[in-house]
Design a protein around this ligand. Structure first.
Ligand code: PMP
Length: 298
């Protein structure tokens, strides 16, 4: 297991900085028993000027609130307070390049009734910026994404991640790097923890919202495409269509932008270095460290 904390690590719990090794969770928590919690995955970077900057903090904390609201979980902090708390906890741990994991979880409650309170924790650990050199071998999962009529699919709810874990473990158990899940109608949806795009004839395609977590990185990629006149179509696409594509990539806060080598037995024919994904990857990498780039150079 990775080392997320040591005896010096500090976390933020509802306004207090506490030692991670001393902080406790109630074992009777409704979140532990039923997966009834919401969370975020955020990153901070050491920017080109040497400062620590959280990437898209407002978007992430607004999504955390929307996720809590979608699940009827009481939410007691503002986006501004949580951003300030995050900088505080990063500094307390002396971290610049970090992964930030806020979780809003529920008190002891074995019933399915509403709670009047929740707890908010912010944990951080070191995560070096990703160079994105490796290409992934992806497997079409036998697991589909949760039915949007059975779950608030646009919420980042802890319980949804049992589906992600099953899909990722299945892919890795079969010798692949990662899974691609379809939706209940068999159309391409997303990875266990990332959205996807594919390239065909100079154009990008990505699954429309409705059956996916609408990623903040996905929105950033769409923005980069708009600024650079890269055509993108959002829609419903099949795995068979994907298997005629020139290239593909995942995007997400943790994954950043990462290219695919293959889907199942199909190898993407375009060398990664000459794909739109590679251009977007370099624009994204510049964006997170606030390095200027000239649109025409991407
Ligand atoms: N889909 C799923 C299922 C995810 O867990 C994530 C990671 N949060 C994403 C997509 C990408 O979202 P984001 O770009 O906001 O990190």
């Amino acid at each position: 297991m990775a080392n997320y904390y040591n005896e010096n690590t500090v976390l933020w719990l509802d306004g207090k900085l506490l030692k991670a090794s001393e902080a406790k969770i109630d074992l009777y928590s409704q979140s532990l028993h039923y997966g009834y919690a919401v969370f975020e995955g955020i990153r901070s970077y050491r920017t080109a000027s040497g400062e620590t900057k959280i990437f898209k903090p407002v978007e992430h904390y607004d999504r955390l609130k929307n996720s809590a609201d979608a699940l009827n979980i009481p939410y007691s902090h503002s986006t501004d307070q949580l951003i300030e708390a995050t900088y505080q906890v990063l500094e307390a741990n002396n971290l610049q390049d970090a992964y930030i994991r806020p979780v809003v979880y529920s008190p002891a409650n074995m019933s399915f009734n509403l709670n009047t309170e929740s707890y908010t924790v912010i944990q951080v650990w070191e995560m070096a910026p990703f160079l994105g050199e490796k290409l992934l071998r992806v497997m079409t999962s036998s697991f589909q994404r949760p039915n949007p009529k059975g779950f608030k699919i646009e919420a980042k709810a802890s319980g949804h991640y049992v589906n992600s874990i099953l899909a990722s473990q299945e892919a890795k158990g079969n010798g692949y790097d990662e899974a691609l899940l379809t939706d209940g109608n068999g159309f391409i949806a997303e990875g266990p923890g990332a959205n996807m795009f594919f390239e065909k004839n100079g154009k990008l395609f990505t699954p429309a919202t409705g059956n996916i977590l609408p990623g903040i990185t996905r929105a950033t990629v769409l923005e980069i495409c708009r600024e650079n006149d890269i055509p993108v179509e959002e829609g419903q696409f099949t795995v068979d269509q994907l298997k005629t594509a020139d290239a593909a990539f995942f995007c997400g806060t943790a994954a950043e932008v990462i290219g695919w080598a293959s889907i199942d037995q199909y190898q993407f024919p375009k060398p990664w270095a000459s794909t739109l994904g590679r251009k977007i990857q370099s624009a994204y990498n510049n964006l997170v460290i606030e390095k200027q780039y000239l649109p025409e150079t991407i």
